[in-house]
Design a protein around this ligand. Structure first.
Ligand code: ASP
Ligand code: MG
Length: 434
């Protein structure tokens, strides 16, 4: 049994959906779970609908919804004959969302987010499953809200592993039958879950990888495959660097470190459920499926010899100094960390000296405002914005020279494997070649 995950880019247009069918026909074993994300940029678009519904004056949520509907119909038309039942099914979904948007929003923004934004995955799986069934790739469409059982922490729901395990195993037992011939495909939504009492939740942005890892873990999959628009895990983001190189094999530990520092190729929560059962994760290109891709596994010796570059933009460097000029000691640190935690801010890098504590964080006016409110009475706070945080794993002097070229370094930390540099961001310069 193998779990396939198809992200938004792999189902962004009619041709891409046809390609998904080819990949399943060619590479899926007899028993396969297929996890699908919302198509293309649908999740962003639905977030826009939600914001328009809530707070943007003059914004028309229904117009924004109509644009999402338009994109879905444009992609469906080449895939299905005009009288296909998928058209009224999709239309009915948009109509029920439109009816909700005609009413005033509730006070529960995060709850409404999950109800509305999860529609993207309902749509994509409905369309992909209809297409696969037409192509004689029989699939069973399953409702992730009844399989991934979570608490009601809207937008970041936590999985109840016991209930989820029971639900998924029961569904798989009903579908997968070793005595039957032919391929058996369980197709479901990434990113989406449901509470015990049946309300829709989501697992956090880009959470479809995590969904696939949950299925893999529960069903003891032989492996999980993530189909991407890149050849595999690269040593640098191809949007930011010229000529990145493919890392053919990496360990779970390296993969966790890369995602921790901000590599976006896989969702950070994905690795643990796989590592715990030693299930290999294969990251492959849906454009060049014959390529080797990247195998993430338990092999410690697999770690790359080349430096990896991870960039986080929109960073703010905050320095916090006690007003009475006292040393930064543990009691201060405890107050400072409590304030960061209460404001919901993750510290990407930190350092302290005799009288100041410095932290690099992803910029977010609302959260940082909350932090400053808490600390302003006892501390003087200064900050720089518009920075980037560069992490170089397996660094070499050349790699550091390349990363820092043309930039001013405000803060630096290094150990044997990793260098982190907080620097001025200068997006006008050409991307360097790693
Ligand atoms: N569609 C969701 C998102 O864009 C989940 C995912 O793609 O993994 O965040
Ligand atoms: Mg995605």
């Amino acid at each position: 049994m193998i779990v396939f995950k198809f992200g938004g880019a792999s189902v962004k247009e009619a041709g891409a959906v046809e390609n998904v069918a080819r990949l399943i026909a060619r590479y899926a074993p007899a028993q396969t779970v297929v996890v699908v994300s919302a198509m293309g940029k649908t999740t962003n678009a639905l977030e826009g609908v939600l914001r328009a519904w809530y707070d943007a004056p003059g914004e028309q949520p229904l117009e924004r919804l109509a644009a999402v509907r338009h994109d879905h119909f444009a992609m469906m038309r080449p895939l299905f004959p005009a009288a296909h039942p998928v058209f009224p099914a999709v239309d009915g979904c948009f109509e029920s969302v439109a009816r909700r948007l005609a009413e005033p929003p509730s006070g529960l923004f995060d709850f409404e987010y999950d109800q509305l934004v999860s529609v993207g995955e309902w749509l994509s799986t409905t369309i992909v499953s209809a297409y696969l069934n037409d192509k004689q790739l029989a699939t069973q469409w399953c409702d992730a809200r009844r399989l991934i059982i979570t608490d009601d922490c809207w937008r970041e729901a936590h999985v109840d592993w016991a209930l989820t395990g029971e639900a998924i195993r029961a569904q798989a037992a009903a579908l997968f039958d070793d005595r039957r011939d032919g391929r058996q495909v369980l197709l479901t939504q990434g990113f989406v879950g449901g509470t015990r009492d049946g309300r829709t939740t989501t697992l956090g942005r880009e959470g479809s990888d995590y969904t696939a890892a949950i299925f893999s873990h529960v069903l003891d999959a032989e492996r999980m495959v993530v189909w991407k628009d890149v050849p595999g895990v690269l040593n640098a983001d191809p949007h930011l660097f010229a000529d990145p190189v493919l890392l053919p094999r990496i360990s779970y530990g390296e993969a966790i470190e890369l995602t921790y520092y901000g590599a976006t190729v896989i969702h950070p929560k994905t690795i643990k459920p796989l590592q715990n059962k030693k299930i290999p994760l294969h990251v492959r290109s849906f454009l060049q499926p014959e390529g080797p891709g990247t195998l993430i596994s338990d092999e410690a010796s697999a770690d790359p010899a080349v430096p990896s570059f991870i960039v986080k933009r929109d960073q703010r460097l905050i320095s916090i100094v006690p007003k009475d000029f006292s040393f930064i000691a543990e009691p201060h640190l405890s107050v400072i960390f409590t304030a960061f935690a209460a404001a919901g801010i993750r510290i990407n890098m930190m350092q302290h000296s005799a009288i100041s504590f410095t932290a690099c964080v992803s910029d977010d006016d609302r959260k940082i405002g909350r932090l400053f409110d808490q600390l302003a009475r006892s501390f003087t706070i200064r900050y720089n914005t518009g920075l980037c945080l560069f992490t170089v794993r397996h660094w070499t002097p050349d790699a550091i020279a390349m990363a820092t070229a043309g930039r001013r370094v405000l803060l630096e930390q290094r150990n044997r494997t990793t260098v982190q540099l907080v620097m001025t961001d200068n997006p006008t310069t050409e991307p360097p070649a790693p």
